[in-house]
Design a binder for this molecule. Structure first.
Ligand code: TYD
Ligand code: MG
Length: 481
């Protein structure tokens, strides 16, 4: 009989320990250890006696008989996967509950089924009737998707092994799956890992593409099995803010494509609608005429995306002022505030600072520094920035505005959306082609930008009288640039 080995497995990172302890030494999380049987997915008796078989070795130049990628028919989804689902690959889609994972995958599977592919949707969370109800709402009831509500991996694998190999299998969700080969309860790391392993084996053997749906914990990790992230070929996260209709699909890992592309969707009463021009969407509810907003001309993957950055700088009533950021890196904000203070004489230590990226987008580009700085200073001196200007440029620790990649693409998108001017790094001026037709304001140091905005503030302050007292640039020492 197989010897049962009980150990304590961290449900966050999968590290195993002989005895219980409060904190996982591997990932530093508290109270994540649970007792599990880790004797492995293969019984010991088989493991020890099995003699290795020989297999044929292949050349790199070999050709696969079918097209290696299966286009989903949804442009935004294909953009993120890198051109479609790869044969025999396994993709993990993570996201908060209710964000629209099942909706997205119902739509994608229906399109593929209508195109004549064998597509299977296994729901471990919802009954067949519930999935049907959703399909009905989406107007997709007629699509020949093969549907089942099952949770046993063995049953699923044997069922799918019959007949033609499915082109795409959706498992919604991996946390509900369980396999006989391990004894832990469903949902534990060991179960999830063993189930994922069995499904991955099936995908590689048959060439079917599999999409695993994964739940996300409070802090944004795909719940428990971070281990699964290492096993699959691609990890996508489906994000969005509950209050807003935008949903963003982002590749976190992709063995067959880029990881910097985003797919933008809008949740409507009839399911997810693809948004092919995200800039228009992100700028659609612009608050024109308020200080503290600046439009950033960014790049997401290969596509320019214009988005509004909103800042609020207000005197603090706390000993330690608050800094809160949504959609941007908080340490980047700290750096920017330090540069503003050290090189431009902008004192913010007595102010709460809030920064928000409109529309629920998350920006990773350092090129957003200049736009963020402009929004912050604009809010501080209560001076509105020109509404027809876009900003981009990276700011170094010395306060110099550094060039960023893809300047022409950013300018072209800005011109397309009716912007008249761009504030950009001095060194980028050379690489801009004349066709964008924007008036360019090249700045080489942050001090220059701050001085320009402060001048707007003081002009406004003079004309508006004492009500605009805050607008005077008295907070500025002389800059050192
Ligand atoms: P769902 O796909 O079930 O989310 P997940 O699988 O990620 O948990 O989507 C649930 C939400 O989407 C639900 O709050 C209702 C909303 N929704 C719409 O707004 N329109 C629609 O057409 C559908 C199907 C869902
Ligand atoms: Mg769901």
């Amino acid at each position: 009989m197989a010897k049962s080995t009980l150990s304590f497995v961290c449900q966050n990172c999968g590290a195993a320990y002989n005895r219980w302890q409060g904190k996982c030494e591997s990932c530093g999380e508290w109270n994540t250890l649970a007792e599990e049987d880790t004797s492995g997915s293969v019984p010991v008796s088989i493991r020890s006696k099995r003699k290795g078989r020989t297999f044929a070795l292949e050349s790199l130049a070999g050709r696969s008989p079918d097209a290696p990628r299966l286009s989903s028919g949804m442009t935004e989804l294909d953009r993120v996967t890198g051109g479609g689902f790869v044969r025999g690959s396994v993709l993990l889609v993570g996201g908060d509950p209710g964000i629209g994972k099942s909706t997205l995958l119902t739509q994608a599977t229906s399109l593929l089924a209508r195109a004549g592919h064998r597509v299977v949707y296994i729901s471990g969370e919802e009954a067949v009737a519930q999935v049907r109800l959703r399909a009905e709402r989406l107007g997709l009831s007629d699509a020949p998707v093969q549907l089942a509500a099952e949770t046993s991996v063995e049953d699923i694998v044997s069922t799918l092994s019959e007949g033609a190999v499915p082109r795409l299998i959706v498992i919604d969700s991996i946390q509900t799956m369980w396999t006989d080969t391990v004894e832990s309860a469903p949902g534990t790391v060991t179960q999830v890992r063993a189930s994922a392993q069995a499904l991955i084996r099936f995908a590689k053997k048959t060439g079917a593409a599999i999409i695993l749906v994964g739940h996300v914990t409070k802090d944004g990790q795909i719940a428990g099995p971070r281990v699964v992230e290492h096993m699959v070929d691609a990890v996508m996260s489906f994000e969005g803010e509950g209050s807003q209709q935008f949903r963003i699909l982002r590749a976190v890992k992709n063995r067959f494509g880029p990881t910097d592309e985003i797919g933008v969707f809008e949740m409507t009463g009839l399911g997810l609608r693809e948004v092919t021009n995200p800039s228009e969407l992100f700028l659609s509810e612009r608050d024109l005429g308020t200080p503290g907003t600046a439009v950033f001309a960014g790049i997401e993957g290969t596509r320019p995306v214009l988005v509004e950055l909103q800042a609020l700088v207000a005197p603090t009533s706390l000993g330690t002022p608050r800094r809160a950021v949504v959609g941007w890196d908080p340490s980047r904000l700290s750096m920017l505030l330090a540069v503003l203070e050290a090189h431009c004489g902008v004192k913010l230590s007595g102010h709460d600072v809030y920064l928000n990226v409109a529309g629920g987008l998350r920006i990773n580009e350092p090129a957003a520094d200049l736009a963020a700085a402009a929004a912050l200073v604009s809010s501080l001196v209560n001076a509105q920035l020109p509404t027809d200007a876009v900003y981009f440029g990276e700011i170094s620790l010395s306060g110099v505005v550094r060039p960023v990649a893809q300047t022409p693409a950013r300018l072209k998108e800005a011109a397309k959306l009716g912007f008249q001017r761009a504030v950009l790094p001095e060194s980028a001026r050379g690489e801009t082609s004349a066709d964008a037709g924007l008036s360019l304001n090249a700045v080489n140091s942050l001090t220059t930008l701050v001085a320009e905005i402060a001048a707007r503030g003081s002009r406004r302050g003079e004309s508006n009288g004492p009500a605009e007292k805050n607008a005077t640039p008295a907070r500025f020492r002389r800059g050192d640039g």
